[in-house]
Every structure is written in structure tokens, then in C-alpha cells.
Design a protein around this ligand. Sequence first.
Ligand code: NAD
Length: 467
Amino acid sequence: MDYNLYINGAPVATETHMDIFNPATGDLLGRCPVATRAQLDAAVDAAANAFKSWSKVSDADRKAACHGIGQLLEEKAEELAKLLTEEQGKPLNGVGSRFEMGGCQGWTHYTADLELPVEVIQDNEEGRVELHRKPIGVVGSITPWNWPLMIAIWHIIPAIRTGNTVVIKPSPFTPLSTLRMIELIAGTLPKGVLNVVSGRDDLGQMMSEHKGIQKIVFTGSCATGEKIMASAAPTLKRLTLELGGNDAGIVLPDVDAKAIAEGLFWGAFINGGQTCAALKRLYVHSDVYDDVCAALTEFAGNIPVGNGLDENSILGPVQNEMQYNKVKGLVEDAVAGGARVLLGANPQDGKGYFYPTTLLADVTDGMRIVDEEQFGPALPIIKYDDIDDAIARANASDNGLGGSIWSNDIEQAKALASRLECGSAWINKHGMIQPNVPFGGVKGSGIGVEFGVDGLKEYTTIQAIFA
Ligand code: NAD
């Protein structure tokens, strides 16, 4: 089936397409339109034109429009979840595509209800100063392939809630579910408020250079984030960059290994590890190292991996061949360097990019699987003796997205968590995000935050009015 772009309130066909395959079966799923430069220009023009009126629509009407999108997402959740599973690979069940659709609805309704009232910062005999929040203009949204629909919603809803208009470009690996979702929800908005273009990476670069786009919100790899910052510089675009992570978790010697195994597992293996703020390096104190390895291995061995359309599957395939080969290569490198395989590391030939759930013990810093973001279903478990050393090793990374401390002593854990160089630090859990809590990285993991009032503010400029 051929999909279309959606520009200025109408589907738009393209001359060229890319084939999109189901990562669980290798079957052709659909054909993604490849937009031309002229079609991108048309989408930006439509968004710029729509901005003139959308930016003046009342706050109450924009709020209602966002709630309307939330309602539609609920009605279409099962259709979109199935397409998402076929395209991305994540199962319908578990923390999979139905969960992702639930997140889309939850974030939409929560963000719809957020307010940015005028702030009075001075009101005395010397005068009154008010801060007004204004929309920026046309927002370009560029999304990755791991949580394509939820991340699209994270970009779109705060942008339109605050009066901006949007041109979104999904990842070339998972464009179809976004194209379908936008076709559905853009139809509920005035034409031109929400537009979608798809194509290859060069289309993203054209967007970050585009004179008609005033802000880019990007979620993806650090390397691409750097390129976007460079190509957005000549037009001085506002940027929100949510980039890669290499999150460390540190397990203290006072834990009950069996009690934390489930939390550790899902912290690391949510979406098959293809999650920015997944636990990617696990540091375990030598007193409990063997117990934690055994408990994790037992828990992980019981999680079914299979085609996501099978209602029994809890984890699915890796999304694409490039990522599959990356994970495979990092595991092989670690094993060649002396890592001990607790589970997995033995991919089988066959259809789909199924990589087995893999746990590696006796891993050391300096191995590629520790120093690089694996972004897949393989977790290195590293032994430590001294907590200060463990914190230093956790922080010895260019990334700073998330981190976690696992302990029964919550006060000690909080004190250690505050020493982690990251935007979110969790105690006895990892990767939990919620729509009312700002989320973003420090160091090389990004610029700016999403979610909550702080996230909403990123889609506005301030005007100070002195009366
Ligand atoms: P990617 O950077 O390869 O691609 C992301 C998007 O950028 C795609 O739409 C791609 O077409 C586009 N793109 C590629 N080159 C571009 C360029 N030069 N200019 C503009 N756009 C360009 O990332 P990915 O592989 O799709 O996603 C995985 C990465 O994303 C991981 O590193 C992961 O940690 C990160 N991620 C971060 C968050 C977060 O919130 N911090 C969330 C999800 C994923």
C-alpha cells in the first residue's frame, strides 16, 4: 500500500517511494512517500500561513482541539497499535504498542490542560511588568524509530497547544505509523496547522536549514543532534534536542537481588533496550554481584520474545538491520574481550531481526558495550567494590540522560543519586517518565526539556510588557 504526505489539509502523493518492511518477518508492509524539496517548501508555507490564524485562536479553543486529538487517538488506538507493531516490531502487549498508544493519549490530555498564564513580576508605584508567552512560529519536528508515535505526540501537542504550527518528519525506518496518525489527527485541525513529510535523512537536514522554520524539536542520536545544531545555526533556530543516553545503574550491597530483578530487567530491556533512557550499564557491588546476576538471568529467561502480533509476545525483534548488527558486534567484541555470557548472545538464523535477550557478566569499562550506546537487548553487568569509584565510572561518559541507584536505604540512595551527572535520577527503578515532570539530558544528551510546564515553555518566546 502506498502512503501519502499530508500537507495543508490534504493527502499529497509523491513520485518516489521507499519500501518499508516488517522487522519480525521481512515482509513488505507498505511504501513510504519520499518528499521533494518543493513538497517540503509547500508544507512549510502551509504551516506559516496557518500560523497567522492559529496563533490567534483562543487558549480555550486550542486546549479543546488538543483534547479532541486525545479522544481520536483513543478511538483509533487499536488500528495504530497494530500498524506500529508491524512496522516497529514492538509487541502489542507488554510495554509495547498498546502501551505506546496509551502514552500518546495520556500525554495529549495532560499537556492540553497545561496553562502558561501571564506572569506579573512587578506591580508597584514604579510600574507593572508582565511576561507574556508567545508562540514561535513553524516548528519542525524530527523523530526517531524507537517510540515513533509517542515521540511525535511529545513534539506536536505542546507545539500546537501554545499556538505554533508543525511540519513533522518521521524516521525513514518507521514512517508509516506516523503518516497514518497525522492523516487522522491533522484532519481535526484547521488546514496547515499540522503537516507531515517523509523521506530520507537529507530531508531532516533540509528542515534544519529551512528559513521558514523557526524551531526544531529533535529526538534521536547525538551525532545527528550535532549536525542539526550546526545546520540550524545560520537561521538561529530555537532548538530542543533530546539525544542519546548511556545510562548507568548502581546496585548497592544492601539489596535483595530477587526483589529488584524485575525492575532492573525492565529498566534495561524496555522496548528491547531501544529506549533512550534505558539502563545500559549496570554496576553491581561485589557482595551481591553473583546474586544479582543469577536473579536477573532467571527473570530474563522467562520473558517471551516473538512476533509482536502474537498476543503472547512480550519482547519483539530489533527494529532494523543496522541496529541488529550493532548489538551483535558489541556483544561479540565483549565476549572476545573476556565477558561471560549469562544469557543469550547466540542469535539464530531465520526471518526477522530477532536478537536474543543477552546478559553479560565480568564486563569491564573500556569494552565497547560499556562505552558506547548499545540501544538493543544486551546488558553489560560490571562489578565494583567502592561506591565513589562506581559513581565516577557512571559519570565518565559524554552522555547524561538518566541514572539509577538501587538500595534499601532511600536517604543514602538519594544522596548518591544527586551525584549522578544526568537529567533524571531514579531510586529502585529506571526510565520512568511522566507528563508532569521535565525530562531532558545534560552534557551530550541534549539541550532543553520536554513535558510539564517547563517543556511547554520551550515552544514559546517571552515578551516583557512594561506598563
Ligand atoms: P537518528 O539520529 O539516526 O535519526 C533520528 C531522526 O533524525 C530521523 O528522522 C532521521 O531521518 C533524522 N536525521 C538523520 N540525519 C539527519 C540530519 N543530518 N539532519 C536532520 N535530521 C536527520 O536516531 P535514531 O537511530 O532514529 O534514534 C536512536 C537514537 O535516538 C538513540 O541514540 C537514542 O538514545 C536517541 N533517543 C533519544 C531520546 C530522548 O528523549 N533523549 C528518545 C528516543 C531516542
